[in-house]
Design a protein around this ligand. Structure first.
Ligand SMILES: [Ca+2]
Ligand SMILES: [Ca+2]
Length: 479
């Protein structure tokens, strides 16, 4: 079969009526937790455009990242391999060291006739795997945005990037707008080949500096605090606690800035929502609206004071749950919730299945296409999130079990959605049923956890760094 015939044969399963394989719009959002309309994380969050996408997508309400921070979460999603397999657990790890032979998701699409384009943050800073793209608009912080950030007055609790506040700047001057422009341009054109357009937005990652209009939509005094139990951490293993998160919380509460900080995150999410809306507008108005799959995901959750913790880096629901929506015209009409447990390693096989590409051996996840067709069907899913060897958690529909070097956790999610009562804190008080659940969940964890030492990326010599980064096949885009 020649290449043209091969491309024409793509999409045979899911898109039987269409002649061309479907395009893919792949939207990654940095540090967006479930404070998204229709995901229920915070009813005060304003995300009409994400909701607009949700109205035509299956909204995976129980989607879990496989690592609770940028680099390992994204490396895992893009390679389809678990952190326990690759040993990529930290932001500093050179992820290619852990997965030297992996063909990443964009590269697989490239190898199967797709035109693959990328912009913004798809991988953690400095390790973008450019060679998997025909063209790439790399991350770059506009001078006007940097200047506006400098003249901003820091919050009292500010510490390095942990800060928020309005910028007197137009949306068009913000970094994320560069990615809007590039993506909209691709979506607005007709393409000879099916395309895979990957767009990585950086807000709502810290610092929460966004144009003033977004702050003006939220009043600090109206902000509600998240569900909170003061002595919540008394019954958890010590290594489950993020010490830096405790320090953040002490600063924020001492300075009486809890509401102000939440307002900052809400504003940053609302800004991101506007950008998502612009991309959706470009898709809807352009020639690709009918045959483009949209996949939308946040790379992990975020804590804003729950359990006295801020940021991600922990193995509780707030940190592991992330929004995932898949709109697949022709497969489902969308506008429905899926309550089955899925995890980000499922995305790789799902995308191949949806686009009719040959299945790839050795991937950790399983295709979610059956759930896209019938979101209520039975599904024996589990979300496994790792934060290093001996720090791992597994989530099923009813339970979360965590295993640490210094203890265990078991939460009954139906009775205790905020994970306040660790049933495994005192094993002698566990019921027979709880012990049975714990044992069942423990057997579903990976049998081994990689302890391979990976080189810290920032310490590599320049030529090694450049090799890891690679180059786009046709060069960098300007914008
Ligand atoms: Ca992130
Ligand atoms: Ca507790």
């Amino acid at each position: 079969m020649n290449r043209r015939q091969f491309v024409a044969s793509l999409g045979a399963t899911a898109f039987a009526q269409n002649k061309k394989a479907p395009n893919v719009l792949f939207i990654a959002v940095d540090d967006l937790n479930d404070w998204v309309e229709n995901f229920g994380g915070n009813p005060q969050s304003v995300t009409p455009n994400m909701a607009r996408l949700g109205a035509r997508a299956i909204r995976f309400q129980r989607a879990y990242c496989n690592a609770p921070m940028c680099n390992p979460s994204r490396a895992s999603l893009m390679t389809g391999l678990r952190p326990t397999t690759t040993g990529v657990y930290n932001n500093s790890d050179t992820w290619r060291d852990g997965a030297p032979d992996a063909v990443t998701l964009p590269e697989y699409f490239m190898n199967h006739g797709y035109r693959v384009l990328g912009c913004g943050k798809l991988y953690h800073n400095s390790q973008p795997d450019y060679h998997a793209f025909h063209e790439y608009l790399p991350e770059s912080h506009p001078a006007a945005e940097a200047k506006a950030e400098e003249s901003h007055t820091p919050a009292k609790s500010a510490q390095s990037h942990f800060d928020w506040g309005p910028l007197d700047l137009a949306d068009e001057e913000m970094e994320d707008y560069r990615y809007v422009r590039y993506t909209a341009d691709v979506l607005g054109k007709k393409h000879a080949q099916p395309f895979f357009m990957a767009c990585g937005f950086k807000k709502p990652h810290l610092p929460w500096y966004v144009p003033r209009a977004y702050f003006d939509k939220f009043k600090e005094s109206d902000v509600k605090l998240p569900p909170y139990l003061e002595n919540d951490l008394d019954d958890v293993p010590k290594s489950a606690i993020l010490q830096g998160g405790l320090r953040d919380h002490a600063r924020v509460t001492k300075n009486d800035e809890w509401r102000a900080a939440i307002r900052g995150y809400l504003a940053a999410i609302n800004f991101c929502d506007a950008n998502v809306g612009r991309v959706l507008d470009a898709l809807d108005k352009g020639p690709n609206a009918r045959d483009t799959i949209v996949v939308f995901w946040g790379d992990h959750g975020w804590q804003l004071g729950e359990k006295n913790q801020w940021r991600k880096f922990t193995l509780w629901e707030r940190s592991c749950r992330a929004p995932l929506m898949i709109s697949a015209p022709g497969v489902n009409a969308g506008g429905a919730d899926c309550l089955r447990v899925v995890e980000f390693v499922d995305l790789y096989p799902t995308m191949l299945d949806l686009c009719g590409l040959p299945a790839k051996a050795g991937l950790a996840g399983k295709s979610l296409v059956p759930l896209l067709k019938d979101p209520k069907r039975a599904w024996d899913g589990a979300g496994i999130t790792s934060d290093g060897p001996d720090k791992i958690t597994i989530r099923t529909e009813g339970w979360r079990y965590g295993r640490f070097s210094d203890g265990e956790e078991l939460y009954d999610e139906r009775a205790d959605p905020h994970e306040w009562k660790n049933l495994a804190h005192r094993p002698e008080t566990m019921t027979a049923e709880q012990k049975k659940v714990r044992n069942q969940l423990a057997t579903r964890l990976p049998k081994s956890e990689s302890r391979k030492k990976l080189r810290p990326f920032e310490q590599l010599p320049k030529e090694e760094k450049d090799k890891v980064k690679g180059k786009p096949r046709e060069g960098f885009a300007k914008g």
